[in-house]
Design a protein around this ligand. Structure first.
Ligand SMILES: NC(=O)c1ccc[n+]([C@@H]2O[C@H](COP(=O)([O-])OP(=O)(O)OC[C@H]3O[C@@H](n4cnc5c(N)ncnc54)[C@H](O)[C@@H]3O)[C@@H](O)[C@H]2O)c1
Length: 254
């Protein structure tokens, strides 16, 4: 960690009220960035603001183009925007695809895919105006390999990986790098929701053990461990790295 790795830079972080987004926002603030926090959770945003010195918050929904326009307007006011992390996402239902309700599929793709796209659509023009920058999107290890437990989620995160790679190619000539992280199971409220969704305590314990066993390092990850990789990809240390989908997964995909 360096107190000035991001000094004077303006960073936008979606999903900043919880988990990986919050850890990313805190890391950026600690290392000198002025952070704009975006989330739909007002109470969570307030707590995140307190943990990120100098941060500004915009409450909104990533699936709303109007909210994203407000985000871009506020970001533009803070100065040239050169950093973006799109952590807002949802895990959705663990139902098998043959039983998944259509509205659950639509909501999952709305938040994870359309929401990420709308953020990129809102913020990339600001980055172009700033003369370059770095973006990290949030996919998942489940976006790089099939997931029997979360098939719809897996499909939505695979879409994020390919959107990231396409954008990396399009925006490289403008000095904008676009990468994504693919976390394994990380201890956040989202992982807890995945376990809480199990039908009863025994099924929950089974699911938890099953998820843990997928990681050769023998444990779940911590939000700070993912944030450290996000900060690396956002930083000039990764100046020649664009278009990658970086697993941060305790060896799950090894
Ligand atoms: N935790 C894991 O094990 C894990 C693993 C792989 C990938 N991921 C991905 O990392 C990202 C962050 O996950 P997390 O574990 O921190 O989850 P989390 O639930 O702790 O935090 C997600 C945040 O996104 C916000 N959000 C959700 N939908 C939103 C919407 N429509 N508009 C605005 N904000 C919205 C929530 O309010 C919350 O603050 C997600 O994209 C997730 O899919 C997480």
């Amino acid at each position: 960690m360096s107190p000035d790795r991001f000094a004077g830079r303006v960073a936008v972080v979606t999903g900043a009220a919880s988990g990986l987004g919050r850890a990313t926002a805190e890391g950026l603030a600690r290392e000198g960035a002025r952070v704009l926090l975006f989330d739909r959770d007002a109470a969570g945003l307030k707590a995140a603001m307190a943990a990120c010195p100098g941060a500004v918050a915009v409450q909104g929904d990533v699936t709303s183009a109007a909210d994203q326009a407000r985000l871009a307007e506020e970001a533009g006011r803070l100065g040239p925007v050169t950093l973006l992390a799109t952590s807002a996402g949802t895990v959705g239902s663990t139902a098998p695809l043959t039983e998944l309700a259509e509205e659950d599929w639509d909501r999952l793709f709305d938040v994870n895919v359309k929401g990420t796209w709308l953020t990129l659509r809102a913020i990339l023009p600001l980055m172009r105006g700033a003369g370059g920058g770095a973006v990290v999107t949030f996919a998942s290890a489940a976006g790089l390999t099939g997931s029997p437990a979360l098939p719809a989620y897996s499909a939505s995160k695979a879409a994020v990986v390919m959107m990231t790679r396409s954008l990396a190619r399009v925006h490289a000539p403008e000095g904008i790098r676009v990468n994504c992280v693919c976390p394994g199971s990380i201890e956040t409220p989202m992982l807890e929701a995945t376990f809480a969704d199990a039908p009863g305590p025994e099924a929950r314990a089974r699911r938890e053990a099953e998820f843990r066993a997928r990681h050769p390092l023998g444990r779940f990850g911590r939000a700070e461990e993912v944030a450290a990789s996000v900060l690396f990809l956002l930083s000039d240390d990764a100046a020649f790295t664009t278009g990658i989908a970086l697993p941060v997964d305790g060896g799950r995909l090894a």
